[in-house]
Unconditional design. Sequence first.
Length: 131
Amino acid sequence: LDRANILDQEDAFTLKVRGAAKYRLGYINGALRDINKSNDLQENNSFTLQYRGAIGCALGNYSDALDDLEKALLYSPTDGFTFLQRGKVMFCLGRMNEAIKDFDMAGTLMSDNTEVVACKNKLNEYLHGKR
């Protein structure tokens, strides 16, 4: 590897970590900029794909979000966060059976995760007419 390639990889890492932190803090547009820059430097990284999917869902871009999350699962098929985010997209698209499966898988992979529990509770309330 040449030095420029190593620096690009380090920059991609910094950008994806910073983008994920911004997402978690609610700075969605800033998170998207960092995640996209990271993906430009290091394409098809499951981490950047799953966060870009989560950000897409937060922005209402469900089709793009679903594409990113499906691709992320190809690279990392046992990542609970990705299943959680895909479950949110499925919920927003009205695909409740798929949302249930994804939330259940996320719960299996990330037992006792409070976000998974909250999403499952919200889905149950929706399904039982308590919107």
